[in-house]
Design a protein around this ligand. Structure first.
Ligand code: AR6
Ligand code: MG
Length: 305
């Protein structure tokens, strides 16, 4: 694959949106004046450090760049290597354990399936890293679903964890297609995402999200759908899809709304940012925000990331 491959360009836009969102969202954990910052749209002083959301998304993009699909063994290896190099990127509680195990040669199916007493993780971590994959497979939604699930399973064995990843990937794919096709916004967008999920809490949350009017105050949306404060797929993804569905053409607005919901702000902003940038492109991200984000390491394919 070359850097001019449209799938690769789409994934790169999503990665920029995701990493800027992650770094932007993270800044609000470092102030006691969050409410004032939201009201005034005040920005933290750069650099904005990105977290595990971006570290793991980089691994996904690298694997897609190298083989055009998710090779689960290679992905597990990339996740574990990046974790070993920089364990202080803010990984989830169970993720530390799973990634350390994979790094010390426990096969990923064993590490992933035995987590949390054998249920597997239903954390929001498989969803936070997956938007570039959705953009990459935008022409083929069935592939987006299969590949998102494969990318999730390496660390998130639980149905909810995987469903969260499928939802964000499909949303990013639809957002990407909205550049050239007519894609409905609002409740119809949320329904179009939900139809790719199995029966589960994430899907139930999306059904609730579709019933919330576009002008519902964000605090009420968070109250109803959750805001990631439990760090679970089902208390994070419905709000994210609601925000993206109603603000697919405005990165800045979508991101302010996402963080104003409070909760797991780096993660909700990473997800919303990855989806919305799949529609508006890197050029739709405020230049000052791109500049403020800690630089991304060069990947094997693109020194300019
Ligand atoms: N049962 C109970 N609690 C669970 C379960 C379960 N089966 N699965 C997950 N949790 P984890 P992630 C809870 O550790 O998904 C970073 O800050 C549990 O409290 O698998 O990669 C990112 O920015 C667990 O610690 O990691 C994201 O915010 C938590 O969910 C987040 O971490 C996260 O699941 C991503 O975390
Ligand atoms: Mg994080």
């Amino acid at each position: 694959m070359t850097q001019a491959d449209p799938r690769y360009l789409a994934a790169r836009d999503a990665l920029n949106g995701l990493s800027v969102g992650d770094a932007f969202g993270q800044t609000f954990f470092h102030t006691n004046d969050r409410a004032v910052w939201f009201r005034d749209r005040a920005l933290a002083k750069p650099p904005w450090r990105w977290t595990d959301d971006t570290a793991m998304a980089l691994s996904i993009v690298e694997i897609l760049g190298a083989s055009g699909e998710i090779d689960q063994d290679a992905l597990a290896d990339r996740f574990a290597t990046k974790y070993r190099e920089e364990p202080t990127r803010g990984y989830g509680g169970g993720a530390h354990d799973i990634l350390a195990q994979i790094g010390s040669f426990t096969p990923w199916p064993q590490a992933s399936s035995s987590a949390f007493g054998g249920t597997g993780s239903m954390g929001n971590g498989a969803a936070m890293r997956v938007a570039p994959l959705g953009a990459f497979f935008a022409p083929d939604l069935d592939q987006a679903v299969v590949q998102a699930e494969a990318s999730a399973e390496v660390t998130h064995f639980h149905t909810e964890g995987k469903a969260g990843a499928v939802a964000v990937a499909v949303a990013a794919a639809l957002a990407c297609r909205a550049r050239t096709e007519r894609i409905e916004r609002g409740a119809a967008f949320i329904d179009a995402v939900a139809e790719h999920l199995p029966e589960c809490h994430v899907r139930e949350g999306l059904a609730e999200a579709a019933r919330l009017a576009p002008d519902t105050p964000i605090a009420a949306v968070a109250e109803k759908l959750g805001n990631g404060s439990r760090v679970l797929a089902q208390d994070t993804v419905p709000l994210v899809i609601w925000v993206a569905a109603h603000h697919l053409d405005d990165y800045e607005e979508a991101l302010w709304l996402a963080v104003s919901a409070e909760g797991d702000m780096d993660t909700t902003a990473a997800m919303v940012g990855g989806i919305v940038a799949s529609k508006v492109g890197t050029e739709g991200i405020p230049a000052a925000w791109l500049e403020a984000r800690e630089a991304l390491p060069p990947t094997a394919l693109d020194e300019g990331f």
